[in-house]
Design a protein. Structure first.
Length: 129
């Protein structure tokens, strides 16, 4: 899974606005690769089913990664402000090249931690029960 760290900007926001598979999340929200993979898996599983809350994959992912039920709360918890450090992710491996094209300016490729926080994973997985 490719991830980049960089500062959020209006330019990036306008590029991501119409892109459903690339997401920018506050750096403080992402703790591990396992957390992101679980949120992606739950997004894919719920999207298109009766369990989905959001109308698009990116918003559904934000709901899962934040552990929130309400879109506004999830956005407030995860969406970076102007010049705030964030992590850019592709929600689908086939969109990783597109991710590189979008965030290459000033962003650096990072490795997400392999360390698993069971409490964080539990918070995500139980957020809709």
């Amino acid at each position: 899974m490719k991830a980049y760290e960089g500062a959020f900007s209006r330019e990036i926001a306008s590029i991501l606005k119409d892109n459903e598979t690339i997401v920018a999340i506050k750096k403080t929200v992402i703790e591990s690769e396992a957390q992101v993979r679980l949120a992606c898996e739950l997004t894919n599983k719920s999207f298109g089913s009766t369990k989905q809350i959001a109308k698009d994959r990116r918003t559904e992912f934000v709901l899962w990664i934040s552990g929130e039920h309400e879109i506004k709360k999830a956005m407030d918890r995860t969406m970076p402000k102007e010049n705030e450090k964030c992590i850019f992710l592709a929600l689908d491996e086939k969109n990783e090249d597109e991710l590189e094209e979008i965030v290459v300016k000033g962003a650096k490729k990072i490795r997400l931690s392999k360390k698993i926080d069971p409490i964080e994973l539990e918070r995500i997985s139980l957020s809709r029960t």
